[in-house]
Design a protein around this ligand. Structure first.
Ligand SMILES: Cc1cc2nc3c(=O)[nH]c(=O)nc-3n(C[C@H](O)[C@H](O)[C@H](O)COP(=O)(O)O)c2cc1C
Length: 186
């Protein structure tokens, strides 16, 4: 079984990166294969909103500008059995990198409904706010909505901040472990 962790963080260390590592540990401990996709490394462009609102994404389920790495990631997600989404909270939302990717991804895949690349697959959703902690819920909600559009199944939500990181990072490892075991048993 392969689990892909999609990280929206532009950073190479910090709270969100610790969340990624905690999830990776749980996936590996449960015996699954794990790949981390750091979206920031791809320099993905935002959706070009082709033509009068829909481009080839609607009928061909691919992006006309997929050469920037989008199509490669789209294929990788299709090949995974489950996902972990990790985003720091930016303005009460997912990061610009994560939004750039999923705005395009959802156009390509949501139109496939139950045949979409991650339709029916389990997703563990993680958001990490900063000092204020404001915007955690709206960030989690954005990822929940993505899953709903993509017909994926939310396995769990975890919000983690600097004050609760010790036990929440442990919870992330346990959630990732439990997700793999759950999928194996069904
Ligand atoms: C542009 C930007 C917007 C942010 N907006 C919020 C916010 O709305 N609420 C919040 O609690 N933290 C906010 N933060 C702080 C990040 O969520 C913070 O970096 C968080 O602790 C994630 O940790 P990491 O950056 O170490 O991964 C923001 C940070 C940036 C760069």
């Amino acid at each position: 079984m392969k689990v892909i962790i999609v990280s929206g963080s532009p950073k190479s260390e910090g709270l969100s990166c610790s969340c990624v590592e905690a999830a990776r540990t749980g996936v590996l401990e449960a015996g699954a294969e794990c790949e981390v996709i750091k979206l920031h490394n791809y320099k993905l462009s935002r959706c070009a909103v082709c033509d009068d609102g829909w481009g080839i994404c609607q009928k061909e389920h691919k992006c006309a500008f997929g050469i920037d790495g989008f199509s490669a990631i789209q294929d990788k997600l299709s090949g995974a059995e489950a996902l972990v989404l990790v985003s720091p909270v930016y303005w009460g939302d997912i990061t610009e990198d994560m939004k750039a990717f999923f705005d395009r991804y959802r156009r390509c895949e949501a139109t496939l409904a139950e045949k979409g690349g991650i339709a029916g697959k389990s997703v563990l959703i993680i958001a990490a706010p900063g000092g204020s902690g404001n915007g955690l819920i709206s960030c989690l909600e954005q990822m929940d909505r993505l899953c709903s559009h993509l017909r994926a199944k939310v396995f769990d939500f975890v919000g983690v901040n600097r004050r609760n990181r010790e036990y929440k990072l442990e919870a992330i490892t346990r959630a990732a472990f439990a997700m793999v075991k759950y999928i194996s048993s069904t």
